[in-house]
Ligand binder design. Structure first.
Ligand code: HEM
Length: 420
């Protein structure tokens, strides 16, 4: 008797169009209709395994079974990651590079980021008081661009701020796009990479001297396992791997404002003093509830069998991040916004995966998760406790199709006042 099962299979030549049409829901919809956490399909002309849920996440983050090199679609590398960055490495090379990233995330460095960010929020609020209204998403991206550059030791002149914010944002606003938006993303990535190439050379020539411990200093002087400095272009990609995603936290700040607005019953719970415990759960729930990254991609490293399903070497495999965060097997009433659910959450690295799962050092889990949480908590405090504002009539809906999803109006705030 055979011990293998046939994987549920989506018939047809290619389903890339369905993926574009269904966005965040593509894998989740099929997991429901096949009543299976795993199925096979064809995407971008290749056989692809899609899977989600806690057990699938454990397998996906087993480095003996999956590798990353060659997994990310070309258009994502061209706009989002950049060539030869940490995302594309495996084994010892990945571990060595990842340790360098994680060395930037010490409590002292996160405290320094927190101080810079608070100062920038204060400066921004003083400007907003003079204005009738602001678009929170656009303002948050600028606050985060200055914060990211200062934190990373990257010099940024006042008159460069708008342009650099625009270029860094185009990189994460474009990866799933086709047509002009995709080209805008590629154009921006080229420009940002040139900016950063020059800066890495200047640091190595000691014409620019960032403080020790900053990302620019650490990455410019980082040596690979053979003792060589990184190629200039790779060092540039890695500094951008710090700047770009910090600016992208603007998307979560937007969703945080939306949650504060849509769930007014939370306001009272948030304003009770509990050493920030509720605020932390609130921010976790924002990251679970709202869409951001739809899935992570890897390739099967060598043939193996899991739950009777055969995985063949080289097959592209997508892990459903959004669907796992909304999996009814893991979360009670997953489509209800309920920060209290995190009181009982056991902290598994395989069930709550908005920024990937597994281990920070050994696996590809997001290096910036602590930074993201800190930025969100500071921003939530400003939105809840430091300013008064009105939310005028606007289209606050967000799509589960467009990737990344951003509320239609980008969240307009009116008549902003500093609370006394
Ligand atoms: C804005 C919110 C963020 C989201 C939703 C997010 C999400 C993710 C996801 C899904 C991955 C891939 C996980 C995988 O492939 O298994 C990832 C990787 C990564 N993220 Fe983030 N991220 C965010 C913020 C940040 C920040 C603020 C930083 C840096 C300060 C950062 C740096 C990285 C790096 C360097 C990697 C590659 C890690 C590796 O390949 O080992 N991210 N992120």
């Amino acid at each position: 008797m055979s011990n293998t099962n046939e994987m549920p299979y989506e018939e047809g030549l290619d389903h890339s169009l369905s993926l574009m049409r269904e966005g965040y829901m593509y894998i989740k919809n099929r997991r429901s209709s096949f009543a299976s956490d795993i199925f096979e399909t064809r995407l971008l002309g290749q056989k692809t395994i899609c899977m989600g849920g806690k057990e699938a996440t454990k397998i996906f983050y087993d480095n003996e079974k999956f590798k990353r090199n060659g997994a990310a679609p070309k258009r994502v590398v061209e706009t989002l990651f950049g060539e030869k960055g940490v995302q594309t490495l495996d084994g010892q090379a990945h571990k060595h590079r990842k340790e360098m990233f994680m060395s930037l995330m010490s409590p002292e460095q996160i405290k320094r980021l927190n101080d810079i960010l608070k100062k920038q929020w204060e400066i921004a609020i003083n400007e907003w008081k003079q204005m009738d209204k602001i678009v929170l998403y656009e303002e948050a991206k600028q606050i985060l661009c200055i914060t990211a550059c200062q934190w990373a030791g990257v010099p940024l002149k006042e008159d460069e701020l708008k342009q650099k914010t625009k270029e860094l944002s185009a990189m994460f606003e474009a990866p799933a796009a086709i047509g002009p938006e995709h080209w805008q993303g590629r154009y921006s990535q080229n420009k940002v990479e040139k900016w950063m190439d020059t800066l890495i050379d200047q640091v190595r020539d000691e014409r620019v001297n960032p403080t020790e411990g900053t990302a620019l200093h650490t990455i410019a002087w980082h040596k690979d396992p053979d003792g060589n400095l990184l190629d200039t272009s790779i060092a540039a990609v890695e500094v951008i791997n710090i700047l770009r995603p910090i600016v992208a936290i603007a998307i979560y700040i937007n969703f945080t404002a939306l949650a504060v607005h849509h769930f007014p019953e939370e306001t009272e719970k948030l304003s009770k003093s509990d050493d920030g415990k509720y605020a932390e759960m609130f921010v976790q729930e924002v990251r679970r509830f709202y869409p951001f990254f739809p899935f992570a991609a890897a390739k099967v490293k060598k043939d193996f069998t899991w739950n009777g399903y055969i995985f063949k070497k080289g097959i592209l495999t997508l892990l459903d991040l959004y669907g796992t965060n909304h999996d009814p097997e893991i979360w009670n009433n997953p489509d209800v916004f309920q920060p209290e659910r995190f009181v009982d959450w056991e902290g598994s690295p395989f069930d709550f995966i908005p920024q990937g799962g597994g281990d920070y050092f050994m696996d590809h889990r997001c290096a910036g998760e602590w930074v993201t949480m800190e930025v969100m908590k500071v921003s939530l405090d400003y939105l809840m406790n430091q300013i008064d504002y009105e939310i005028p009539n606007q289209d606050l809906s967000f799509s589960l199709v467009n990737i990344p999803s951003i509320p239609k109006s980008s969240v307009v705030l009116k008549n902003i006042e500093k609370k006394s």
